[in-house]
Design a protein around this ligand. Structure first.
Ligand SMILES: [Cu+2]
Length: 353
């Protein structure tokens, strides 16, 4: 009897402690819970160039477009800023002829059930921005620049060779939206003990989006670091997944931190969507050691601004501990149940121990 009583007490205590810990952990861990649902990718450009002013750039990006007999375009997406020139090298990797035909309408997606005749007719009536034909193994160069009126548009490129578009041969040139208002500028410093200070960049006053965020990042130590900003709102990176993540979600900023104190590198991005965006250092081991922070756009940072670095780790630790203790409690309760002691033993019998 005594052992069953101890078991029941253990179960009760564990459940109480577990629930208490979860009560502490859950409110803190909300951003983590939101992490699973990654939103649509935002920002640009994805070729290592920062836009000059509010999402425009007079730079040139080189893009190699492979055309295959699948039939398909690789890549199937090109992200540019207004006034950025795309220098395209289009390579036909296949044995069939294909075209690269770029629509001039940034708000129209061609229906894939359109007939080849109607597709030709469409481009006769709406002259494409680029239209080149590639015979087997041929390589063709083409340049195009998207002007200010194209901001925010998605321009489809297709092959008009009959039934290639219909079979999935298309992609999109996406032009970033222009930021509203002046850019907001922040700074952060990398330290030798592997932190960003400050680790919270508070752009909660950015309520009119898109907004251009500028970050100057320097070094108060001597180690090499990067400043690498996630493009996905509400997503918590982890040391084990960030490499894979960034291979499919190009960072908004990904630049080395200067190693000489007092000098800064500047990165910028136009943020389209309210929320938090994580930045990390991608030097092996640094993120795991605490080298991360968050940019909050149009939303209030958590109240723990003084100790932002530990919030996610502590809250998830508390949550894990809470779940573990609760689990022990439940196991003990189940054991107690099968020992015939649940529901609670009437109080009167307590006196007999
Ligand atoms: Cu680092």
């Amino acid at each position: 009897m005594a052992s069953l009583r101890a078991l029941r007490r253990g179960a009760t205590a564990s459940i109480v402690v577990g629930v208490m810990l979860l009560g502490v952990g859950l409110p803190l861990v909300t951003p983590l819970a939101r992490a699973v649902a990654a939103g649509s990718e935002i920002g640009y450009p994805h070729y290592g160039l920062a836009p000059d002013v509010n999402g425009t750039s007079n730079s040139t990006v080189n893009v190699t477009m492979n055309v295959t007999d699948a039939p398909a375009f690789q890549p199937s997406a090109i992200n540019v800023t207004v006034n950025q020139t795309v220098s395209l090298t289009i390579v036909n990797r296949g044995n069939y002829s294909h075209t690269f035909t770029l629509s001039s309408n940034g708000s129209y997606v061609l229906p894939t059930n359109i007939t080849p005749e109607n597709l030709s007719l469409y481009f006769q009536q709406h002259p494409p921005i680029v239209n080149v034909t590639l015979n087997a193994s041929q390589t063709v160069h083409a340049n195009f620049t998207m002007n200010g009126s194209t901001a925010g548009g998605r321009f489809e490129y297709v092959s008009v060779v009959p039934y290639q578009f219909q079979a999935g041969m298309y992609g999109f040139v996406s032009v970033a939206q222009l930021a509203k208002g002046p850019p907001m500028t922040f700074y952060t410093n990398a330290t030798n003990d592997l932190h960003f200070v400050p680790a919270v960049l508070d752009a909660e006053n950015a309520t009119s989006l898109p907004v251009k965020i500028v970050v100057d990042f320097g070094n108060v130590g001597s180690l090499s670091h990067t400043f690498t900003l996630s493009p996905i709102e509400g997503y918590n990176l982890s040391p084990s997944n960030f490499t894979t993540f960034f291979s499919t979600h190009h960072p908004l900023v990904d630049m080395p931190v200067p190693t000489s104190p007092g000098t800064y590198n500047t990165g910028s991005a136009v943020i389209l969507k309210k929320g938090f965006y994580e930045f990390i250092c991608t030097v092996p081991g640094h993120f795991a050691s605490g080298m991360f922070g968050f940019l909050y756009v149009g939303v209030k940072p958590p109240v723990t601004v003084g100790a932002p670095l530990s919030t996610a780790i502590v809250s998830s630790g508390v949550l894990v501990a809470g779940a573990a203790v609760l689990g022990i409690g439940i196991v003990l309760a189940v054991i107690a149940t099968y020992s015939g002691r649940i529901p609670r033993k009437p109080p009167s019998s307590e006196h007999h121990y």
